[in-house]
Design a protein around this ligand. Structure first.
Ligand SMILES: O=C(O)c1cc(=O)[nH]c(=O)n1[C@@H]1O[C@H](COP(=O)(O)O)[C@@H](O)[C@H]1O
Length: 284
């Protein structure tokens, strides 16, 4: 069985590093001429999946919260969107940002990472702010099922800064302690891997020096993948990819949602194609 890190490497090689976010904000639905209902979200999501395939990008990231607003019908729409994406060969990162402990977080992991489950994705976002040890069960599940996780470390929202740069007893920042635990996990799973399956969320709007995050530690054997939101609407530019991510740029999933989706139903495939090409060019 191929691990998530290996599958991600293959997508990077084939199509590049752009990840298209599926964030069906009510204002976007209106702009797209769709109702803010589960049916509207289904149509929106399926259109973005088709545009991602047409625009030659390989990864999508549905924002679960927008679907959850519509309860069971919203989850049913999300199941259809994820299934269509996976059927088209896209890698799906469920942006669920779940965080819990013990058997509860284990169940969240099972919901998104178990092969054959209704919401089966390729990876999910997860919070370790109850301690990295609290997400041990989904980390083990991801390894066992060939799935991936992206653990929130230095998030793109400015209000996270004071918490995530706080220093622990040993002097490490909270964010850098999450980074080192995850890097260690990937190395412990086997040095023969090009890329590990447990990644980190490191926002593109963040100054990692301020967070005392050592980007060099993410590269090398069993590199730690990075999920990088913050481009476009939140202010970061693809042209700064190398400056922002340094040694980790080769293992970075470059995520953009509103800056693509605002192109509307008629322009979204073109917007995906343009941004995917721009990311490839910045990495060339
Ligand atoms: O986990 C995420 O994807 C995430 C982490 C983070 O630090 N910042 C962040 O913006 N995100 C998500 O990335 C998406 C950003 O959307 P845009 O700002 O429209 O590109 C939203 O779905 C956010 O919830």
């Amino acid at each position: 069985m191929r691990g998530f890190g290996e599958r991600l490497t293959k997508v990077f090689d084939r199509l590049g590093q752009l990840c298209v976010g599926i964030d069906p904000h009510p204002y976007l639905l209106e702009q797209w001429g769709l109702p803010d209902t589960a049916a509207g979200l289904r149509e929106f999501g399926l259109s973005v999946v088709a545009a991602t395939v047409d625009g030659d990008a390989g990864i999508i990231k549905p924002q679960v919260a927008f679907f959850e607003r519509h309860g069971a019908a919203g989850f049913s729409a999300l199941e259809d969107v994820i299934a269509a994406a996976r059927h088209s060969g896209l890698l799906v990162i469920a942006d669920a940002k779940r965080g819990d402990l013990g058997t509860s977080v284990e169940a969240y992991g099972q919901a998104w990472l178990t092969p054959g489950s209704p919401l089966e994705a390729d990876a999910m976002t997860i919070s370790a702010y109850m301690g990295v040890g609290s997400i041990q069960a989904p980390m083990e599940l991801a390894e066992a099922t060939g799935k991936g996780l992206f653990v929130l470390a230095a998030t793109s929202n400015p209000e996270a800064r004071s918490l995530q740069t706080a220093r622990l007893g040993g002097g490490q920042t909270v964010a850098s302690s999450i980074v080192s635990d995850v890097v260690e996990w990937n190395r412990a799973q086997g040095a023969e891997r090009v890329m590990g399956s447990v990644g980190l969320v490191l926002g593109a709007t963040v100054d990692f020096a301020d967070y005392a995050i050592d980007l060099d530690s993410l590269s090398g054997v069993a590199a730690t993948p990075v999920l990088a939101p913050g481009f476009g609407h939140q202010g970061a530019s693809f042209s700064d990819l190398g400056r922002i991510y340094g040694a980790a740029v080769g293992s970075t999933v470059v995520a953009a949602s509103r800056s693509i989706l605002h192109a509307g139903p008629d322009g979204v495939a073109e917007a995906v194609a343009a941004q995917a090409a721009e990311v490839r060019a910045c990495r060339a």
